[in-house]
Write a protein that binds this ligand. Sequence first.
Ligand code: SAJ
Length: 409
Amino acid sequence: MINVIGLGYIGLPTALMFARSGLKVVGTDNNKQLVKLLTEGKLTFDENGLEELLIEAQANGIEFSTEYQKTNTYLLAVPTPYIKESKKLDPKYVISALNSVLDVCKDGATIIIESTITPGTIDKFIRPEIKKRNLVTGEDVHLVHAPERIIPGNMIYELENNPRTIGADSRLIGNELKSLYSKFCIADIVVTDIRSAEMSKIVENTFRDVNIAFANELAKICRSDDMDIYEIIKIANMHPRVNILQPGPGVGGHCISVDPWFLVGDYPGLANLILAARKINDSMPQHVLSRIRDIMREHYIKDVSKVGLYGLAYKENVDDTRESPTLQLLQSMDEHLAFGVKVYDPFVKERIVDHQIMNFEDFLNEIEILVVMVGHDHVKENLGNIKNKLILDTKNILTEIESNKLYYI
Ligand code: SAJ
């Protein structure tokens, strides 16, 4: 039996995939309400195909509980937040989950950590906890780091089809885990050591952050000299060895906007390019603000409550709002005492910010300037309803109607 600890964005889909593949799975979370809902077959976040997957996993006997189970395989998918001031990873949830596992696990159990951790976390924080109990890694317990790689919106497909990394102390355990994950993952699975697994995960997300920062910087350059960034990226990307990502209103989500900070925090003075990229991406909401100001001036609009931000999620077609560029922008407006901007997101069903309007029509009736912060399909399906507004399209998704872009007027 496998006990999956933490039933959030990563733990839940992974637990369901193991259950669907025929393994006995118990999902554990300390949130009683979540456990109750899942047991009743209800989900707390939207994801393509997740409902069907839950039904199949339940048919295969998956159980949800607040209790840690006595077994020989554990998978930890608990949050690893970062400490704002030091930019370092805060391992407190992993440590407490580990200790709860150590309280109940069988001799020789394998503990898989899927949560994103910085290089050295297992050596610095996890092994000492095991040692404190006079247990020996490699004998009493085996440690594995198997970082996840799935992208919200396409999680189930990616769980099955993305290559994976297994970091383990011994080849034997690494290969055992490779067969375990092969129950649902049909792509290549690389077995390596724990530090390489830790570092490669952070490197992947940092690579994407740096690439997006490059696009965002180019966008600012192009705006300052009246060039069309989208045309330029399109042409440059026709070169077989160039692949520049897209500029936008900033970088959100719990991964790409967070993981590079771990390298900055852990390697001060060495992570210079990475730090510069983070700063560029973090400056983008401010850049959007200056574009809004341009448009307001140009059209003699003085009342900020006539501005509507479309999208609260951190990216298209998901309801996840963590670190979203819109939230960053709202905070910045707040600091500049610019209150009253309207907000709408078709995926976000709860009111999480001031002046959030829950109905699209009401939202459009209140505003003159529509700022598209997120490229949900919903907005592309409503061109007829929005075409009379002044539009700032920060994602360059509205090609059929007239709109201002981030980078040129
Ligand atoms: N973004 C841009 N321009 C682009 C692409 C993305 O501005 O060209 C923005 C998005 O709008 C969003 C942010 O970047 O605000 C991040 O979105 P994303 O789709 O690039 O990535 P995430 O955060 O949803 O998921 C990433 C993925 N990592 C990589 O692609 C290297 C995913 O595979 C990881 O599993 C996930 O981080 C994670 O959990 O670490």
